[in-house]
Design a protein around this ligand. Structure first.
Ligand code: PLP
Length: 407
């Protein structure tokens, strides 16, 4: 499948990947943090501002109609990409906003003392802190599903933790630190059987695999555009229609109303009820172009390509003395977190940067996971379909050199 695609040509679509850093060719291994953008996305944003710029839904003039059509067109493209109805897709600034929307509009009015919210050890702070705020305000408690030695969720324990007081389960589809792909369909099915509402953080899944969000059986699914070749400040929340209909607005303002009187306001229907104010129109035009771009390659081909890169990188890194990879889930995305004996993650990343290699070091917005492993930080190399086997080899060579320097 992936053989049929000329990946060198695909890579050439990304202008930034030709630049140098510290006098060396850039090797960008931080796509889990944010993805690089193909020219098609950059040009779509540029073209919007050059030729179509106007606000959405407010003007009847030609530009206003064009901008509205472009914005709504992006919603339709994204909906098709996720296999959901466009009317059930709230456009927002990203996963952080999407999860907070569920927390404030769905959970806050419903949860109470005696209820529990179930999270997992491998959540990003964006899928922890909003629930802590809900817990503090409602008296609900937070419980945590733990992981095993492979960095996989212990499913038996997770299902046992789905007790009648659990009202909501929030979990990541793919871990941004371990790369673990969680069996979302199975988890949602078990939760649904017990009447537990599920919130899935799809930030790290949408860029790497074909998604059938409607078929997952979840209640809410959040994605972020900047990790899937789109502009920053774009993302979406999909929710079951019955939830959207029942949820009060999170933010008030223009666009989200049908009629405003000082005596009271009639809100717009979802999804617009949750899109107060002028949205990131150009950003969504770019995200629409990103979806076209990814679909043009094919998500199955992207997944297969990234699997090859992951396998190559895992084998190459395991040759590095004193290196330990965190997480070897059976189903894993192209993310490798590692530690090198005797070297601090930040020192490694700083010296790798001087070699032109961009990896992330730190806690990856996953403090509880770092606490589990008893480390303050890891190095993380994350790969996308535009990376190459040669880049991985050069990265591992650079790592060998850096390790010797730090020894
Ligand atoms: N959830 C996960 C798993 C992530 O990796 C990230 C980004 O790093 C987020 C949430 C936050 O997403 P956003 O950048 O849209 O706020």
């Amino acid at each position: 499948m992936s053989e049929a695609i000329d990946w060198a040509r695909v890579r050439a679509d990304f202008p930034l990947l030709t630049r140098e850093v510290h006098g060396r060719p850039l090797i960008y291994l931080d796509s889990a943090n944010t993805g690089q953008k193909p020219a098609a996305v950059i040009e779509a944003v540029d073209d919007f501002y050059r030729r179509h710029n106007a606000n959405v839904s407010r003007a009847v003039h030609a530009l206003g109609s064009e901008a509205t059509e472009a914005y709504e067109g992006a919603r339709r493209k994204l909906a098709a990409f996720l296999n959901v109805h466009a009317n059930d897709l709230v456009l927002c600034s990203g996963t952080t906003f999407a999860l907070n929307l569920v927390a404030y509009s769905w959970a806050l009015p419903r949860l109470k003392a005696g209820d529990a919210i179930l999270l997992t050890r491998m959540e990003h702070h964006a899928n922890i802190v909003p629930w802590q705020i809900v817990a503090q305000r409602t008296g609900a408690v937070i419980r945590v599903a733990e992981i095993d030695e492979r960095g996989e969720l212990d499913l038996e324990r997770l299902f046992a933790q789905m007790t009648p007081d659990v009202k909501l389960l929030a979990f990541t589809h793919v871990s941004n630190v371990l790369g673990t792909v969680n069996p979302a369909r199975e988890i949602c099915r078990e939760a649904r059987r017990r009447g537990i509402v599920t919130v899935v953080d799809g930030s790290q899944a949408a860029p790497h695999r074909a998604l059938d969000v409607a078929g997952l059986g979840c209640d809410f699914y959040a994605i972020t555009g900047h990790k899937m070749a789109g502009p920053t400040g774009t993302g979406a929340l999909w929710a079951r229609r019955e939830h959207l209909e029942a949820m009060p607005p999170f933010l008030g303002g223009g666009e989200m109303i049908r009629e405003v009187r000082f005596e009271g306001t009639v809100y717009n229907d979802p999804p617009h009820r949750f899109e107060a104010g002028t949205p990131n129109i150009a950003g969504f035009v770019g995200l629409g172009a990103a979806v076209d771009y990814l679909s043009g390659i094919g998500m199955a081909a992207i997944e297969a390509r990234e699997k090859e890169l992951l396998a190559h990188a895992t084998a190459a890194l395991s040759q590095v003395e004193g290196l330990r990879i965190l997480g070897d889930a059976r189903e894993k995305a192209a993310v490798i977190s590692f530690l090198v004996e005797g070297a601090h993650a930040h020192d490694l990343a700083t010296l790798l940067d001087l070699e032109g290699v961009a990896v992330r070091s730190g806690h990856h917005c996953a403090h509880p996971l770092m606490q589990h492993y008893g480390v303050p930080a890891t190095c993380r190399a994350s790969f996308a379909f535009y990376n190459t086997v040669e880049e991985i080899d050069r990265f591992v060579e650079a790592l060998q050199k850096v390790r010797r320097l730090l020894a």
